[in-house]
Structures are given as C-alpha cells and as structure tokens.
Design a binder for this molecule. Sequence first.
Ligand code: PBG
Length: 338
Amino acid sequence: MSTRTSPPLPETARQTRLDLVRRPRRLRRTSALRALVRETRLSPDDFVYPLFVCPGEGQRREVPSMPGVFQFSVDELLREAAAARADGIRGVLLFGLPAEKDAIGSSAYDPEGPVQTAIRALKQEMPELLVVTDVCLCEYTSHGHCGIVFEEEIRNDPTVEQLVLAAMSHAAAGADIVAPSDMMDGRVGRIRAALDQAGFIDVGIMSYAAKYCSAFYGPFRDAAQSAPAFGDRRSHQMDPANVREALREVALDIEEGADIVMVKPALTCLDVIWRVKEEFGVPTAAYHVSGEYAMLKAAARNGWIDEPRAMLETLTAIRRAGADILITYYARDAARAL
Ligand code: PBG
C-alpha cells in the first residue's frame, strides 16, 4: 500500500469560517469540559462481583475460558473478597460447586455446602460486605439442568420447592439477597412467602427476571460445571427474539415480591434493559455474562482491542441503557480503573 502525500492546504483554508452558531465540539475540547457534561458515570458502588466457591482448602483454580476468574475454596474466597473490598467493591454474588451432585440437586440446600459455608465466613470477616447468592439447581444436579427432570422434561412446580429450600438455606447462613436464576414460574412468590414465614423479612430478592436462553453463558458452564448433559434450556429461559415477554416476566416478578429485577445477558439486551427501566423504574440489574467477558479477554489477548478502554466503554453502555446495578467479572478491574 502506498501513502499518497496530501497536497498542501491553501493558505485560505485556515481562514475559512462557517457561519455556525451551534458547535457541539466546544464541549468536547478539554477533559474538564467532557467531565462536566458527562451523562453517565460508573461507580464501584454499582458493581456486584461474581465469585465461584468450591470445596476444599487452598484452592484457586483459574477458569480456562475466563482468564482472571477463579474457583475458590472458602479460605481463598475470603482473601479475594478482602482484595475486592480494598478495590472498592461492596457486593459479591456467590455460585457454588458442590462436592456431590444428584438428580434433584439436594446439595443446593446443604447447610455445610460451599455457598452456605462461604456466606457464614464472609459475614463473620466482613459483615458490611453485601452477599448475594445465586439460587438455581443446575450446579447441583447430576444432569446439569436447572430443575427436576421427569421424562426429559423440566418440571416447574417440584423444582420451585427445591429452590425454596436452597434460598432458605442461604438466608439461614446470612445472605443479604437471594437471586433465583432458574426461570421457573412462580418461584419469586414462593421464595418470598417462605422467607417471610421463617422471619427473614429483610432478606431481599434479586430475580433474574428476564433471562434469555443465550450462547453467551458458555464459559460460565465451565466455571460452574453446570452444562446440561442432554438438551438445552429453551423450555424455561427466554427466546432472545422477544421483548414484550420480558416486560411480562418482570411485571410478574415484581408482583411476586422481587426487590431488584435483572436482565441477562447485558450487551445483547440493551433495549430490554432500557424498556424495563422505563416501564417499571425499580432497581434494575444487568449481568455482563461470562461469554461477553470472554470475548473481550480473547480479543485483548490477541492484541486486537485495548482492554481497559473496551471494558469501561462496555460497562458505561450498560449503565447508559438504564442498569442501576452491574454484575460483572470485571468489577475489580473496573473499580481500580475508575
Ligand atoms: C444458572 C446461571 C447461569 C448464569 C448465571 N446463573 C448459567 C445458565 O443459565 O446456564 C450465567 C452467568 C454467566 O454466563 O456469566 N445458575
């Protein structure tokens, strides 16, 4: 490729003055001006940092498809949470990797399970850290499905009963917020009723209200060892083609008692986030999921994008779309970058 030398600019060009009253570029001239008129800001207060807890001691295993993300045993998790806290992170979201799995996911409500143990340890060491827990069966079932399976079908109502047990065990261990991610019908209402009846009236519910059936959860399933052994999640997670359905799902979860609603994934659902926020105005979370994180990591490792800039631009876009709460594996990096 040859570079052409440009012809010299005529002397008159420098004198050219268009008769413009409006010059939007005025406000982009300096960093102080740009900061003054910035409409969207990121703050570590808005970040929730997902963490994977496994059994054992001294474990800190990096997830191959998610560089910088680890499976931690409880002792290592405490260190990571303290480091995150030092970076300014105030909330974590826990996922568990149980020692045993069975057809009904019963280790999801084992009081000595990794998540329950981690909640108690975190609450003892860092009582002010907000502890949110993912409530689902997929990490706990031998077949990797989010619910109880009879004749190859995921059965809604018996699954809800299992989810209630899991949520209750998290609340009993000291969780601040439980976050059902299973997409079964009616689970928010049942969990709310059970929590209230047991006296956990202050334990909140962040529902994965509009959770789409997405290809972007792939790396998470390595991290959480929760890939379905057969079939897929289309019978309960939403079709990415739908948005009015998302509004109906969110309305139901709010009616049933959700305190915070979530849209997931984030980047492919910016319009959904926007509409949910506009329509309901309740605290709205968006989950920048594993595949979205992995894409940025992979491109950065190839030298194809500037990772810190791409990270902040991505999180800003999710915030601009209306998300109040950003759940992101980048929480620590972003908090440090701000
Ligand atoms: C289900 C759950 C999933 C994620 C969060 N909760 C996976 C799934 O639905 O298959 C995905 C999060 C991510 O991809 O980062 N317990």
